[in-house]
Write a protein that binds this ligand. Structure first.
Ligand code: CA
Length: 420
């Protein structure tokens, strides 16, 4: 698909992350005013709450943008999503007439003046473990190469139920947690700040339609509204002690950061690609029915406090073993109900090479091989004041689909977490 040109010139640059082809959904405020729903276009945000108030758009018979989240709109379903997108493409496209432009222009807000907020209410959050390179690397470090991949791994997309309350939007500071730690040679655990705090480079899929029973992979794909970048901050030392046999708990509960713009499935459609070859045939209910991954270039940068950023990871979402549709289908097999606003983390996205590993645990191989940053600093895990940023882009024919940065800075642990 070629670039769709807009009468908003900034949207037509080949490297602009928000061309007319994208139209991602976010929530913003200006000067502390009430948060509103908006769509990114070029260097502007289209205030769709205002367009609905002014009667320029009416996605439903009742208002859906009178709230500072996209859940009410997602609830309308795929036909309404497509009609809304097509309407915006017509009104923002360079074929729009002067009358249309005059009705749109008052609702354009410079992105530079806006603060981006959580784009949706996260109803629930599940995190998967669908990157084979990551699962193999971490499994090797925790259990040895022979037991690296659990026996279930090639048959089901394994995951755990996370906490919706831990999900925050890009730009939110993250506080180094305290937790119970016990190294392999320690006689007893101790309670102390995590010393091995880490990132996980992931994609998040956002469920836009509910289900109340098992759904097929195709039905699951149609339920997904869009995708965000997701950093599943992880305390490795807490994780290593707590995770058996029920999986991660407090190690993953400090924060999970998402990028501020939901990039819709429609915008990603030209970038669909196949999952890798199956090493074991999947049972029929989880089999691939078409290309359900996406070709999304992913990068991570790390900046020590007051110093320039260094790129530490470069990989692609297309290396994942399971698609979000397969994960969602698996999630429903038990009859588990899914809700509008459910967030599914993909699992850490690590490629086959060292510089494509999506966590510091893997990059530094458990701390044994520290990295040297361009600032001259060395890192095995995150130090206080470091800023970690995820970047994502799909490269189309003369255009780019961006997600907005997914960033967070690590604050020092509290001196005494129980001080009152
Ligand atoms: Ca994770």
């Amino acid at each position: 698909m070629p670039l769709l040109t807009s009468w908003i010139d900034s949207a037509n640059a080949p490297d602009c992350p928000f061309p007319l082809n994208n139209l991602p959904c976010g929530v913003f405020s200006v000067d502390g005013s009430e948060a509103r729903c908006g769509v990114a276009i070029g260097d502007m945000i289209l205030d769709v709450t205002r367009l609905e108030e002014d009667g320029v758009i009416a996605p439903a018979e009742h208002p859906v943008f009178d709230v500072p989240y996209w859940n009410d709109f997602m609830d309308l379903g795929p036909d309404a999503w497509a009609a809304f997108r097509n309407n915006l493409i017509a009104m923002l496209g360079d074929g729009a007439d002067a009358d249309t432009r005059a009705r749109i222009e008052p609702a354009l807000v410079p992105m530079a003046e806006a603060v981006l907020e959580m784009p949706m209410v996260v109803s629930e959050y599940t995190d998967f473990y669908a990157g084979k390179n990551h699962a193999f690397n971490v499994g090797t470090m925790f259990r040895g190469a022979e037991n690296a991949l659990p026996p279930n791994w090639l048959h089901i997309p394994i995951g755990y139920n996370g906490r919706a309350s831990s999900v925050v939007v890009s730009g939110t500071d993250v506080r180094r947690p305290w937790g119970q730690l016990k190294g392999p040679d320690d006689d007893a655990p101790r309670f102390a700040p995590s010393a091995r705090f880490d990132i996980e480079l992931e994609m998040g899929a956002i469920v836009g339609q509910p289900s109340d029973g098992p759904v097929t992979v195709d039905e699951a794909d149609a339920m997904i509204f869009g995708y965000v970048l997701l950093n599943d901050w992880s305390a490795r030392d807490i994780q290593a002690w707590e995770y058996q046999p029920l999986g991660p708990f407090q190690a993953k509960a400090t924060a999970t950061t998402i990028s501020p713009w939901i990039v819709t499935r429609a915008a990603l459609e030209p970038f669909r690609c196949d999952t890798p070859a199956r090493e074991k045939e999947l049972l029929p209910h989880l089999r691939d029915t078409g290309p359900m991954l996406y070709d999304i270039d992913l990068r991570v940068t790390m900046a020590p406090q007051g110093k320039p950023a260094t790129q530490i990871v470069q990989t692609n979402y297309n290396v994942m073993y399971y698609s979000a549709a397969q994960q969602l289908a698996h999630h429903t097999t038990s009859g588990c109900a899914m809700n509008v606003g459910d967030l599914l983390g993909s699992g850490t996205i690590s490629g086959p090479t060292k510089d494509s590993r999506g966590s510091l645990l893997e990059l530094s191989w458990g701390g044994k091989e520290p990295m040297t940053l361009e600032s001259g600093d060395t890192r095995s895990f995150i130090e206080d004041g470091d800023t970690l940023t995820l970047h994502g882009a799909c490269h189309g024919d003369g255009y780019t689909i961006g997600f907005g940065a997914c960033t967070g800075t690590l604050l020092p642990a509290l001196k005494d977490p129980y001080a009152r």
